[in-house]
Design a protein around this ligand. Structure first.
Ligand SMILES: Nc1ncnc2c1ncn2[C@@H]1O[C@H](COP(=O)(O)OP(=O)(O)OP(=O)(O)O)[C@@H](O)[C@H]1O
Length: 307
């Protein structure tokens, strides 16, 4: 049984705007799913619906088998949510704040658990600091600690690394990997494709209130991946020779490099023929290199190709 099951969910806001247009999504226990999508795609609306903060207009959502509307308490107990905004009390101290979040779920005090969470997020030394004394990155960690205080089985991270520096982003990825090791299911939204590429098991692409695809990251990259062959020339050319028009080459690097894009899955890549045609056109080669297209290329193509 999936830990989260989203069934035909739509959401129309009071303004009449339809933010979700029939979303179906199953999330397995223990996986990391990254939801990628442009601004306004509906990512936050979807997460808020699963967490019971926004009520879907139609459809059904189950978390751990509990309906998030009719069995709100049981469902919510299983969920930790790290919101996008840093909505922390400026004067609240870190440690008691995390303990308080646990108490909100009616759980008994458990200082050992709170300490473990604080240590895991490198916040133990800061346990007596007030929120306003912390850096933005530390505040984000506090939000995660608060979301973990009641031992949720599913953790939602809404853009966990928006606006944080590269080092902190990598730190955050380590935290996510560690949580996965502990068996926590993680759903994160992100604008950063490299983030999805670095940590997700599966990738969901959402645009305009619809899920365009959900797929294993490795499969997605293999299925949709193209490769680019860069041909570096000894002498620059002003234009692509007419004899090579059929290859749809791109000329760059001041006329010194030709880029040929090919499908890694098709039977013939066309490379052999291209190389002999290059020679026939009188071009002499200095070097060749190939590059696998990234998730970013795939994502841009997907969102662009929509009717
Ligand atoms: N309370 C609301 N009332 C009306 N429209 C809303 C409301 N909340 C969100 N929307 C609209 O729904 C759409 C989806 O918003 P949502 O925040 O879910 O997108 P998102 O994918 O999370 O975007 P971002 O990446 O910018 O956070 C947007 O067009 C937004 O303006």
């Amino acid at each position: 049984m999936p830990i989260v099951s989203v069934q035909d969910v739509t959401k129309t806001y009071a303004s009449g705007f339809q933010a979700l247009k029939g979303v179906n999504l199953e999330i397995d226990e223990g996986e990391i799913l990254a939801l990628l999508g442009p601004n306004g795609a509906g990512k936050t609306t979807l997460i808020s619906s699963i967490c019971g903060i926004t009520r879907p207009s139609s459809g059904r959502i189950l978390v751990g088998g509990h309906d998030v509307v009719t069995q709100y308490r049981q469902a919510r107990r299983l969920i930790g949510l790290v919101p996008q905004e840093l909505n922390l009390e400026p004067f609240a101290p870190v440690g008691p704040g995390v303990a308080f979040s646990r108490g909100l779920f009616g759980l008994r005090r458990d200082p050992a658990r709170v300490e473990a969470v604080l240590r895991q997020l490198s916040l133990w030394e800061k346990r007596n600091a007030r929120m306003r004394e912390l850096s933005g990155g530390m505040k984000r960690r506090v939000l995660i600690a608060k979301a973990l205080a009641h031992e949720p089985r599913v953790l939602f991270l809404d853009e966990p690394t928006a606006g944080v520096d590269v080092e902190l982003r990598r730190d955050m990825w380590k935290v996510v990997a560690e949580l996965k090791r502990q068996g926590v299911t993680i759903i994160l939204t992100t604008h950063y494709i490299e983030e999805a590429e670095a940590i997700a098991d599966r990738i969901g692409v959402i645009a305009d209130g619809q899920i365009l695809l959900v797929e294993e990251k490795a499969q997605l990259m293999a299925r949709m991946g193209r490769k680019n062959l860069s041909v570096h020339l000894r002498e620059p050319v002003a234009a692509i020779p007419a004899a090579l028009a059929g290859y749809e080459l791109e000329l760059c690097n001041g006329g010194r490099t030709l880029i040929y894009s090919y499908d890694t899955k098709s039977d013939g890549t066309g490379i052999t023929r291209l190389l002999s045609d290059l020679q026939a056109a009188g071009l002499s080669l200095r070097d060749l290199e190939t590059r696998q297209s990234s998730l970013e290329d795939i994502f841009v193509d997907l969102v662009k190709e929509r009717p």
